[in-house]
Structure formats: C-alpha cells, structure tokens
Design a protein around this ligand. Sequence first.
Ligand code: 7TS
Length: 425
Amino acid sequence: MNQTQEALERKVKRDRPAYFNGQSVEEDFPALSREVRPGVPLVYLDSAATSQKPEVVLETLDTFYRKHNANIHRGIHVLAEEATAAYESAREKVAAFINAPSSEQIVFTGNTTESINLIAQTWGRVNLKPGDRILLSEMEHHSNLIPWQLLASERDLELDFIPVTPQGTLDMDGFKKLLQNEPKLVGITHMSNVLGTINPVKEIIREAKGVGAVTLVDAAQSVPHFAVDVSSLKADFMAFSGHKMCGPSGIGILYGRRDLLEEMPPFMGGGEMIKKVELRSFTVNDLPHKFEAGTPPIAEAVGLGAAVDYLSELGMDDVAAHEKELITYALDRLDEVEGLTVFGREVEKKGGVASFTMEGIHPHDVAQILDHHGIAVRAGHHCAQPLHDKFGISATARASFYLYNTLDDIDRLVEGLYQVKDIFG
Ligand code: 7TS
C-alpha cells in the first residue's frame, strides 16, 4: 500500500472543521455526514452546481408542508393566510439580504436562467430594435448567453463580448472600447462559475450607465458566497438562484429597478399576475405579482427565507473569508500536483472555484476516479463552452467550495488526485 492509499483509507478526521462564531457548521448539513459507499465518506466539492442544504431549511420545508400548506393570495382561511405571510416574508428577507430598496422589486422565478429569460423576453422585446447592441462577456454561463442569442436572432440585434485575458480576468480596456458602440444592455456575471473570477461589476455598471446602457448582473455565483449590495452596485437587474445558497431548488430571484419593472410587460399570462379579467382583455397586477403567473414556488420561497436567515446569522463576510482561506490553500496544494493546470490560477479576486486539467488525463476520468474515493467534483464545460474554447480546451474538472468545506476536504482532493496519477501512470 503506498502513502496515498494509506491516507485515503484512514478514517477522515475533521481536524480543521469549518467554524463560524466558534461553532462548526458541518453538522448543520445532513448530506455531508453520509458515506457514498461503505467506508467512503463524502467530500462534496460541487457547490457551484448546487449547494447542500442545512437542517434548518429541511425543517422549514417539512413544517411548511405539514402545517401551513395552502395556496397563497387567494384564500380566506387560516392556512392560506399563514402560507401567504410566510411567502411574502421570504421576499422581505431576500430584499434585505441584497439591500434592495423594496421587496416589491424582488420577483420570484424558477432559477437564474428563468430570471434572465424574463428580462430578455419582456424588457428586451419592448426596448431593443434591429441593429441595437448587447454587451456580454466571454465568460458568461450559457444562461446569460442563449436568452440574448435567441432575442438577437428574432430582433436582428448585435452581440458583443468583453474579451477574457489569458489570466482569466475581463479585459477592461476592451470593455471600454466596446462601450463606444453604445450597447443598450450590458450583462455580466458577477463571478465566473469556471474561473472563480470576481468581476468589478460596480465599475462596469458605472461605465455602462455612462453610455446609457441598462445593466444586468448574473449573481448566481456571488450572492451565495459574499455580501452583495444591489443598491450600492446600482445594478438595474440582478438574477440569482435559491439552490446555490443553501435553499431549495425550484426558486430563483430577479431584482429589478422599479421604473423598469413598472414599464415592462408581463412575462407569462395566467392567474396571480392580473387584477381584472374580461374575455378579451385584462389589467396587470401590481409589482411584483405582475411577473409571478400561476401558483409560485411557495414552499421553496419559504425554504429560501430560512436559508437567507441561516447565511445572515453566519455573516456573509465570514463566509467569504472562509472561502478565501479554502481557495488559497487549495491553489497551494494543487500546485504540488505535477502536470495540473488551474485556469484562472493568478486571478487576484477569486472565489472558491478551481477548474483544472491534468496532463494526458481526461477531466471525466479525473472526476470518475475522485468519485470512487467519495470526492464529488464536476467535469465538462460547466455551461461555459465559449470560455473553454477561448482557452483551447473542451473540458475541465472543477472543485468548488462553500462555507461547509474544510482544509481536510482539500487534502482529500489532493490525495485523490495523486490516486488519479497512480492509475494513469
Ligand atoms: N449563471 C451562473 C454564473 C451560473 O454558475 C449558473 C449555474 C447559472 C447562471 C444558472 O443557474 P440556474 O440555477 O438557472 O441553473 N451554474 C452551474 C454550474 O456551474 N454547474 O451547474 C450549474
């Protein structure tokens, strides 16, 4: 048995737990204490895809369905009132979490993807005409790319892209040049789900506003990981997902500037989004209900509210500091592995994401062998194919961290990577 095998087979002791306010948080997440196979404990390093859920969120969902389950906004009975109050209180919590001026500017959707499609299909359809330009970046997730490609082909729009430098940051000189084309919309990811790069969105928004552009921040990877203040950023739109921030899947958030939301037509038609309906006409409901057609994700919103409380109690600055410690340690340890390249290795403002290749070994093989040792990472293009093309690769393996990960998890990852090397010689 070589050293790596010995290391893998010893019972993993969490000598260095993830502490917040003197309390270890790992026990809060039931999934983290499971074994994926007998004797093989889970090391979950796929939080950029979705986060694990703390007990308090699971309990909130359970209690909601057991005691308060009813449809909202339309019932005059106790359960309907309780469910409505819980749903609307979740909206207040989300508004406070991102420092939105009003909860009426928080629209619940299904996920980040739906939030961005909503903007494209409502604001975009009304405000963009043939020849207008949209400025995105080369590091966008497909969900901030395809909705604009669809609209561009329908409306004859032009798409421009802020280049990504070989180091993995946005080329800000390139950005300023592209602004001279006077785009009508600038839509940028706050943090890359592949490189971990945290983009200077405040500066981007300020510059974009200088040429009269409307701004959209894809905050799917930022709001879960560090404090984001939408009022200070002055973003016109911001989109993120509940499932990446300790909440349930099936709920997303769209923040919008009030006057823009007021002017936008509805996204989908049906119940809830109307005030008065006649056979051939209707009047739209007030914000935010105008954009929430049909029965919304009620339990999911309530669960998200619990997740927001959980994160707020830990403190987002402490969450960010913890992840900074993890990524710093991870980069140091990954450097030890010969033939391993981390994309965005030198990015200064980098969240807890390490995407890498190993010389001569396909990322899917890396992920598969790691999985054999209980280490969950993702392999592929992570819905950012153009970014991978830019780096001349088709796929990477990605380890992504969250508040519950520990330095021990990173040691396990590196031990697993040595195992990969042992197998592939
Ligand atoms: N934007 C970014 C930056 C993302 O990372 C993701 C999801 C989305 C948008 C879409 O979020 P959704 O909730 O609508 O799916 N990112 C990933 C990922 O990196 N692996 O799986 C999903």
